[in-house]
Ligand binder design. Structure first.
Ligand SMILES: [Zn+2]
Length: 105
């Protein structure tokens, strides 16, 4: 597997797209003009990304039906960044609020 696939998602900024629940713009902090659209619900929640790495190395396999639902084999750093954002900023606080028996605020 090429190195770029195992790189951590640090150095990326994630912006939810208003009105499109599971769609995000992911931008490189060092190259802010380079941004990619990530759709988390695509391919049975594997997600898809507009970057070259995803389209070239991963999307063809997903289109043929391959899945790695508990792994990140078909997820580029942008997809992983968006998933982490959703987990950290939305899901975990929400779940924590519920298990504490109280909603936040
Ligand atoms: Zn990508």
């Amino acid at each position: 597997m090429p190195k770029s696939h195992t790189r951590l998602s640090r150095g990326l900024s994630v912006f939810p797209i208003a009105g499109e629940g599971l769609c995000f713009t992911v931008r490189s902090r060092s190259r802010p003009r380079l941004e990619h659209r990530v759709e988390l619900e695509a391919y049975d929640f594997n997600a898809k990304c507009g970057c070259e790495s995803f389209e070239f190395h991963m999307e063809g396999k997903l289109k043929r039906g391959e899945r790695d639902s508990i792994g990140d084999r078909y997820r580029c750093p942008h997809i992983r960044a968006a998933r982490n954002w959703l987990l950290d900023r939305r899901l975990l606080p929400q779940i924590a609020g519920i298990t504490n028996g109280k909603e936040k605020r």
